[in-house]
Write a protein that binds this ligand. Structure first.
Ligand SMILES: [Fe+2]
Ligand SMILES: [Fe+2]
Length: 211
């Protein structure tokens, strides 16, 4: 089964209000991730598949933007141990990505998905709590309020670039914007076998391969 290297446009990370700073934004996205885990763990059929796709997209853009913007910034802040605490967060992110890729490879119908998604949820939420405790407190402590507000916009820009599906010619692919139902109909027309058990990404990949 194909591995999803690129997040889809389905991820809609929380955007900040005018008074929100980057820490408010990150906390809201952590809450959003927690909610998506609930939807996946408690969902069935297509609802579960769609929630899992959204979770995969959301985690991809959130963690990428943290790796590009937040962790390097925390490294530069005063106080001992910055390097170690960022290193620990990066290791947590690496382990979570490994677990997530195993789940993507198997799909939501794989044996053991129910247990594995709960283990991933625990790992991701523990990682988020560590970021909140060790990194976000430092950001608030050492960075001026107006700069923190500006960083919220910068974070969203990095997320938007990370979540933009790309094609060889640099344009966006309409298949990435199609719903699962639309993709399913296209797969039916192309007589793609196994289409009923595929999620959105798998359907899009199979249609591209057929074309
Ligand atoms: Fe993170
Ligand atoms: Fe985070």
């Amino acid at each position: 089964m194909p591995r999803a290297a690129k997040p889809t446009k389905a991820a809609k990370p929380t955007t900040p209000g005018p008074q929100d700073d980057v820490v408010d934004l990150l906390l809201a996205q952590h809450a959003q991730i927690e909610e998506l885990f609930l939807l996946v763990a408690g969902g069935t059929g297509d609802a579960r598949r769609d929630a899992f796709d959204d979770l995969v997209s959301m985690l991809a853009v959130h963690e990428t933007a943290e790796e590009e913007l937040i962790h390097p910034l925390v490294r530069t802040l005063p106080g001992a141990g910055g390097e170690d605490l960022v290193g620990d967060r990066l290791e947590e992110e690496r382990q979570a990505k490994e677990m997530l890729n195993t789940l993507i490879d198997g799909g939501v119908d794989a044996d053991g998905f129910d247990t594995a998604i709960l283990l991933l949820r625990d790992a991701v939420l523990q990682h988020a709590r560590h970021e909140e405790r060790y990194e976000f407190t430092r950001l608030r402590q050492h960075i001026a309020a107006d700069r923190l507000r500006g960083l919220a916009d910068a974070f969203l820009e990095v997320e938007s670039a990370a979540g933009e599906p790309s094609t060889p010619d640099g344009g966006s692919d309409p298949l990435d914007d199609a719903t699962r139902d639309e993709l399913y109909e296209m797969a039916k027309e192309a007589d793609i076998h196994g289409r009923s058990s595929m999620n959105k990404r798998e359907l899009a990949d199979a249609i591209r391969e057929e074309a």
